[in-house]
Design a protein around this ligand. Sequence first.
Ligand code: SF4
Ligand code: ZN
Ligand code: ZN
Length: 327
Amino acid sequence: MVKCSFCEREAVARIPYARLNLCKTHLEEYLLKKLGKTITRYRMIRRGGRIVVGVSGGVDSVSLADMLDKLGLFKLLVLHINLGIGEYSGKSAEIVKRFSEERGLDYFIIDLRETDLSIPQVKAVVKKRSPCSICGLVKRYILNAFTLDVGYEAVATAHHADDLIIYLIKGFITQDSTALEKLAPVNAEIPGVAARRIKPFYEFYKSEIEDYARAGHLPYIDFHCPFKYVGWMEDAIRDFVEKIEREAPGFKISLLRAHAKRMLQKPQRASEKPTICRSCGLLSSGSECSFCRLTRRILGYPAGLSVRRYIISEYFAGNRVQIQEPP
Ligand code: SF4
Ligand code: ZN
Ligand code: ZN
């Protein structure tokens, strides 16, 4: 039996970069402390802030909601997007509902089938793009719109160091500055058009999140989405990064910290004059945002504004809030 580095109990996790073996109690204590420090280090959100947490039902996002809840410093609202991917989505929605109810957390589920934008429906029309890139676009749009429209201060997602490092290196290779900016631990809000985005797991390894979830018997979906697609470049980068991490534990975090520092030195989004989508009124890189352009192809019209209206009317159920019409 491997003993915990702090007590006599059996260790359930090994943290290589800190050279620690931890029992369930000390793992929880260690990771909650680390979460609090990460939020403070990057000034993600004030104490008492209102956070929408995107929870897919997977191990990462359920663990994030669980840890933020245990920290007890914020007002949380769990948002689940039912992507309409058969059994996978059905089970994921059930898990999020059960988890939120057991915890007494506010939650809201958006069902994309009700807007004719489920991932299988979208994929049937847009054949050339990978389902994950379309799915990511749709999820980002909804997380942003929902957070703004229900009046929360930030949206938290469970991106962790093992995935972020791959996109970071890919961004360097392809010189994609927009992608690199999105990989900062915090993206400042632009009032009315872009919600503050935070990544509290910025310095977390997937293995520690999984150890935490297993030790705490958290519910999460344990099979992969049937559309999961990993590109050859991501695969090659992952192999390369894992080799370095084995030789130099902590390498991923060092590189991500260096990136965060560089991003913090750049002017924040809030100081720029934003470009607004002419169809839905939210942040865009051109005259129409990518979600409105995508939905124009699928449904024959840009659906941003109608999706926002649908979400809001469902959320407030009869007590509609006003959405700012685009100019
Ligand atoms: Fe969406 Fe891809 Fe994740 Fe499936 S694997 S839920 S398509 S991002
Ligand atoms: Zn211990
Ligand atoms: Zn739009």
